[in-house]
Structures are given as structure tokens and as C-alpha cells.
Design a protein around this ligand. Sequence first.
Ligand SMILES: Cc1cc2nc3c(=O)[nH]c(=O)nc-3n(C[C@H](O)[C@H](O)[C@H](O)COP(=O)(O)OP(=O)(O)OC[C@H]3O[C@@H](n4cnc5c(N)ncnc54)[C@H](O)[C@@H]3O)c2cc1C
Length: 452
Amino acid sequence: MSRSHVIVVGGGLAGLTAALDCAEAGARVTLLEARPRLGGATWSTRRGDLEIDNGQHVFLRCCTEYRAFLERLGVSDRVHLQSPLAVPVAAPGRGIAWIRRAALPTPAHLAPSLLRFHHLPFAERLRAGRTARRIGGLDLADPVLDRVRFGDWLAAQGESPAAIDGFWDLLVRPTLNLPARDASLALATKVIQTGFLERSDAADVGWATVPLRALHAEPAARALRALGADVRVRAPIDALVAGNGLRPAVRVRGETLEADAVILAVPHDDTAALLPTAAAVDREGLRALGRAPIMNLHVVFDRPVLPQRLLAAIDSPLQWLFDRTQSSGLVGGQYVAVSLSAADEYLALSQAALRERFLPAFEALLPAARAAQVLRFFVTVERAATFRQAPGTRALRPGPDVGVPGICVAGAWTDTGWPATMEGAVRSGHAAARHTLQGLGCAPLSRTAAAA
Ligand SMILES: Cc1cc2nc3c(=O)[nH]c(=O)nc-3n(C[C@H](O)[C@H](O)[C@H](O)COP(=O)(O)OP(=O)(O)OC[C@H]3O[C@@H](n4cnc5c(N)ncnc54)[C@H](O)[C@@H]3O)c2cc1C
């Protein structure tokens, strides 16, 4: 192809994917990222002698495009992907029940675990199995699904409040960053159908064994530079001009850069502010997607307290716990990261208040924590970790085409059919690159086309 110039704005997973696709297809790519680092919502920093992530990230085996992204960067050996799924679920004083996949065809693969899931009364386990089958029968294309709260739908199936807040929340809160009660039935159905019902191995859990910067930002920067891309950090764009026959252009630090196409891969509220007036996108609709926070507690104990690499908690304010000792470089003791999704209720609390609230919860959940000393306790918060994945959001998520030649949008918040996840971000990057390359008259690479 001729050397068309594509500017990608935003160095999160969506922007990195789009930039790689365009550069591999032969375009001259300039990637502009406002912050001093790439990786977007997935980043790492040093805290004394610890290397920490802004928040624990996990993926499932069904996240095929994200896994292909890792393979493309040559870093698949820097994640651990369970085979088979095995998640211990603990409740204070009630020990552990395992969610495991059995060597049975779907949906029977989860039945033995569900039948033994002693945190729910037996009748509720049977009901949960029946409800899961009903979710499997829902039609994701039905617009009604996005008008209903998952919790209301579950209650209508006879699910008890305890089952909604205990069992269903376990699956939906970490994937949609909203309590199961409040989430969109459409998005919850997507999670359960794709993650648990379509393939028996779909829900095997994966996570990074290195800091996120060594998984995404650094290898992606290397790959882009090897393809000749111009990668600039500390490069916030404050204007995007296009339409009326003009070549698209962005303004960055007073400099105007022109291109044949611009891919805007920034969060939805930044998109609303930056899109040119000619764009056929409802800006108020973008803002109405809202934001939902994720908080992580980082706790260093003087000895091992968490026997598993990950643990889900119910009837406890602790939600998902991860052993990050190895990836953080800690020598001696154990570093546990606790991921708190939909963390709105904790935002106003001081670090001391959070410590006071959560340390007793560790002791209640983990017997070994009772004798352990806490050497360090600190908190990271991402106030806009995802959009609020509530009913009514499907119609607010545009696809890549915003109706202005030479401009398209990407991001986990766009209309990917997926929740706001790393998988959604990568898919949106492919979709934006495909749209851009088609507009430039270039054939997308097979990888980009395959993700359609
Ligand atoms: C704490 C936390 C935990 C999470 N856990 C999980 C998980 O377990 N599993 C999962 O799949 N997902 C998880 N997510 C969600 C996932 O990280 C995001 O959905 C995904 O990374 C978003 O990628 P993106 O490229 O769409 O957007 P972003 O990563 O937000 O990237 C957008 C980029 O645009 C840049 N930008 C903004 N404005 C400008 C501008 N004017 N000029 C230039 N650049 C600009 C930003 O600085 C940013 O780097 C989590 C998110 C957080 C915050």
C-alpha cells in the first residue's frame, strides 16, 4: 500500500492494537499518548521495593483476541492460564468451596462444582443450575435484555437475595464492575453465555506473572518501533479537526499534525470532548455511560497467609484476593492484592479507615492472617476504571464509524458486544483499524479481518 499516515490517539490496549494493525498493514503510524507511559488502564509503578500494578487484571480463556494480542507481542509466557478452571471460594467460618470444571461437555462441566457449592443451601444450588440454563437460552440480540437489571431478572427466576449477592455477584461484579443487582441483563448474559456456557474451557482464569508494564506497554512499544511507528508519550491532544473536505489533523502541545486518518482511542468522556462537531455521535449519550471505580488493597504480610494464588470471598468485604509476591519482587513474607470492583462505597474513606475496615476481614477469612503481622497496607483507586455497565448502555456505545471521513473511535467502551475489558479494548482496536484501512483503500491483515 502507499504510505498513508494514520494517527492513533491513546496508548491503551485499544490504541496499541489499532496502531499495530495499521503499521503491520504498511501505514505510517504516529501514536500519541497523553501520559508518560503506554498501557492505558493497565499500568505498573514502583512502591519502595515493590513493583505493583494499578489494579489486578485477569482474563478468561474465552478472551481470544486479548490472548492473540499477547501472542503477537511474544509475551504469552508471561501469563498463567489455568487448565482447568479451579477457583476456591471462601466465606468466613465456612471454609472453601471450589468452582472447578469437570471433564464433561458444557453445561454439565460445572454441575459437579455447583452441586457441592456448600455456601448455598442445596435447593439454591439446583435453582442456580436451572437459572444458568435459562440464561443460556436468552437471545443476546434482543434489545429488551438491555432494559432490565440482572438482579430483577434473577429475582423473577426465584433466585433469593442471598444467591444474588453471594453466588451471582461472584461471577458478575468482577466482570462488569457493578453489583449483579444493578448490571445490565444483556451484559451479564454475555458474560455467562460466553464465559461459562459456550465452551467448557471458556472460564479458565488467566493472569500476569509479571508487572503489567512488562506485559503490555513495553513489548508493544518495542513492536511498534520495530514497525517504524513514531510513538510519543506526554503527547496529549487537545483538538481534533476533520470534515468539510479537510484532511484530519490533531493539535498536540501547540503543534498541528495532519494525517490521512485518525483513530481516537481515548475514554468515552474524552471522546465526547474531542470529536469534531460533524460527528454523528450523541455526546451526551457518551457522557451518560458514566464511570465505575475499582479499588485495590495492597497488603504485605510477614508470612504466607493466602495458600492459593487466587481466592474469591463471599460474605466478606474482600472480593478477589491474589498472591502477587513473585511478580512484585518481594523477598520474604507475602504480598496480597485485593481487587474491589464497584468500589463506590469506599471512595470517601481514608487509608486508615480502609485499614480498620479490611484487616479484620482478612483475619475472619484467612486463619493464617490471625497470627501474621501486616508490614504494609496501601490502596490504589481508579475512579473511572470502566463505564457503568447498567441497563440502557448498549444504545449509547457507538461502533468505530462516527460518520466523519478519516476519523473513527476505539475503546473498551465502544460497541464491541463485550463488557469493558481488555478483550473488548483489543477487539475495538481491530475494528477501528479495519474501518480505517478500508477507508484508505488498504486490505486489512488477516488477523484484523478475523476479529470482525
Ligand atoms: C483497576 C482496574 C482493574 C481492571 N481489571 C480488569 C480485569 O481484571 N480484566 C479485564 O479484562 N479488564 C480489566 N479492567 C479494564 C481494562 O483495563 C480496560 O477495559 C482496558 O484496559 C481499556 O483499554 P482502552 O484502550 O479502551 O482504554 P484506556 O486504557 O483508558 O486507554 C486510553 C488512553 O488514552 C489516553 N488519552 C486520554 N486522553 C488523551 C488525549 N487527549 N491525548 C492523548 N491520549 C489521551 C489515556 O491516557 C489512556 O492511556 C480493569 C481496569 C482497571 C482500571
